[in-house]
Every structure is written in C-alpha cells, then in structure tokens.
Design a protein around this ligand. Structure first.
Ligand SMILES: [Zn+2]
Ligand SMILES: [Zn+2]
Length: 320
C-alpha cells in the first residue's frame, strides 16, 4: 500500500470525531442535515446540546441534563453560546474569571514581592482544585469565607480596576481621535496642494501667454520630503564623507546670458490720452477674475481692459 493511500485512510479516521462534534448528543441531528444547527452549553456541567433540545427540555422549568451519566439539574436561563471550541477551555476560563473576581488583590497591597507571589500561588492552588475537582466543597467554603471577610477590599479593588479600564479606554479613544485628526490634516493638505497646483498651472499658462519663460515651482510635498530627508541625513553629517578629488581642471567661464527677445524692437507703445490702471473695479470683471466656472488659463482680464481702453481712445488725436 502506498504512503498516500495510508495517509488518506488516517485522515478519514481523524475526520470521524470532527463529525461527532457537529452532532447534538441528545437528538442526534447534525450540522450536515441542518446548517442552522446551533449549540449551547450550560456552565453547570458543560454538556453541549442544540438550541431546539434546550427549548424542548428546559422551557417548562429546571430539568436534569439529558446527556447519559450526567443528570445534573440545569436551568434554561444559564445556557449560553460557546466561546471556545474546546469545552475544557470554556470551563477553565469561566472558573478563572470567577476566582479572579473574588481574589482581586493588587501587588501594591503587599509588603514585598515574596508575599505577593505567595498569595498568587495560594490563589492558583485554589483554582487548580476547582478545575480538577479536588476537595471542591472545602475549596468553595474557603472562597466563600474569604469573600465574606474581604467584601470591602474586593469592592474597592473592583472600583479601581474599573477606573483603570475606563482610563485605558479613554486613552485609546484619544489616540484614535488623534490619528483621525492627523489623517484629516493630511487630506486637507493634499487638497490644498491640489488647488495650489491648479493655480500654479493657470499662472504658468498666463505667464506663457504673456511671453514669459516657464518657471519650475517646487511642489509642497516634494519640499516636505526633502526637509524630512535632510533631518534624517543629519546624523551622517558628522562622519567625514568620502571625497573624490580631480586635480588640474580648466576654469569654467559661464556663457553670457542671452537678452530676452523683444518682438517690438525696443519700441514702447505708451498711451497718450489715458493711463492704464492695474485693476478696474467692476463686478463683471471681478467674476471673470475669480469665478472658477468661467476663468481659464491664458485669458488675462488685464489684457481685456487694456484692449477696451485702447479701443475707447483709438480715434483721439486723429484729424482728417
Ligand atoms: Zn438536539
Ligand atoms: Zn450534563
């Protein structure tokens, strides 16, 4: 027989208990036939059964557990959903939380670490007894007497615990809020940057339309990144950087800067009968300047005003 076949058979052998886990031990219905099957457990004996069995058996009042060999009296109200897959763990967690509610002393209440550790060991022994059902009655009695004697300290420590929990919650909430505001800030910055970019490109187009040279503007984010990298690089600046030196190079002379091209050959057209103002106040012009619905790159309101003024005074001083 090949190894693969053997492994397959072993796998089938292991699959059987899994199927059992999905079957109600009372009515024998399985999840295979009923996908809505939900199991409940009762912390009295931790026997698992399906919801419909719980309804059927315990609706009339307390009844003995129907699982063979158990017969403990169960109440419907105590049935609850299973948190852990392993019922042993479910039971241990329940017992530990019950013990922790009573034995809630804090380390600062003890004189030294030794006393604190001894106390922890005592509590652990008690928990162990409850978990493995060793001297259960005696242990329960011990617990009850401790609870009665130390009711005040238990109450006080519980309040402290709640306060700590609340302050922790508040701190984590504040942290979340901070993260949120940081995110908002980043979004706003991005939006501002986008607007800035649109504005810059419009200005750039206007400048080009007026015959100026294109200027490369450094983006905000790039500038920010540069600043960050500068900050990061500071630690390295103290260490001597490796130098690559070349001897005997010719001195470089910068070429003469070219003069800007003047299409009118230094002829300036200065109006004789009027002075062109920088801005003219008029709601209609203001709209053309600022309303993003009608503004466009390359269109200059000042240019429009200059033309309108020139046309208005065009005939002055011409005599025929
Ligand atoms: Zn059932
Ligand atoms: Zn039971």
């Amino acid at each position: 027989m090949s190894r693969a076949v053997q492994a397959q058979q072993n796998g089938m052998a292991f699959a059987a208990p899994g199927q059992d886990d999905d079957m109600c031990p009372v009515c024998r219905s399985t999840r295979y036939l009923n996908s809505n099957l939900r199991f409940l457990v009762n912390p009295t004996c931790y026997h698992k059964m399906c919801e419909s069995c719980v309804d059927r058996i315990f609706s009339q009042g307390p009844a003995p557990c129907p699982v063979a060999g158990c017969a403990r009296t169960l109440r419907k109200a105590r049935f609850r959903k299973q948190t852990f897959e392993d019922l042993k763990i479910e039971r241990e967690v329940d017992i530990r939380s019950r013990v922790a509610k009573v034995f809630n002393r804090r380390q600062e209440e003890f004189l030294n670490l030794r006393n604190w550790n001894d106390y922890l060991e005592q509590v652990e022994t008690l928990t162990f007894n409850l978990l493995y059902e060793v001297d259960v009655e005696e242990t329960e009695a011990k617990m009850a007497s401790y609870e009665a004697q130390n009711a005040e300290s238990i109450r006080r420590n519980k309040i402290l615990e709640n306060q700590e929990h609340e302050s922790f919650e508040a701190a984590s909430q504040a942290q979340k809020a901070q993260a949120w505001s940081r995110r908002e800030e980043a979004l706003r910055e991005d939006e501002d940057e986008r607007k800035e970019r649109v504005k810059e490109s419009r200005e750039e187009q206007n400048r080009i339309a007026r015959g100026g040279k294109a200027k490369v503007a450094l983006k905000k984010s790039t500038a920010r990144k540069k600043e960050v990298s500068k900050g990061e690089g500071k630690t390295d600046s103290s260490a001597p950087a490796p130098v690559f030196e070349i001897q005997g190079l010719k001195p470089m002379t910068a070429p003469k800067p070219k003069e800007a091209y003047d299409p009118f050959g230094r002829v300036a057209i200065i109006p004789e009968y009027y002075t062109l103002k920088k801005d003219y106040e008029h709601p209609w012009l203001e709209k053309a300047r600022t309303d993003p619905a009608i503004t466009t790159g390359g269109y200059d309101v000042h240019e429009y005003c200059a033309r309108a003024m020139m046309e208005a005074f065009a005939g002055m001083g011409v005599f025929i």
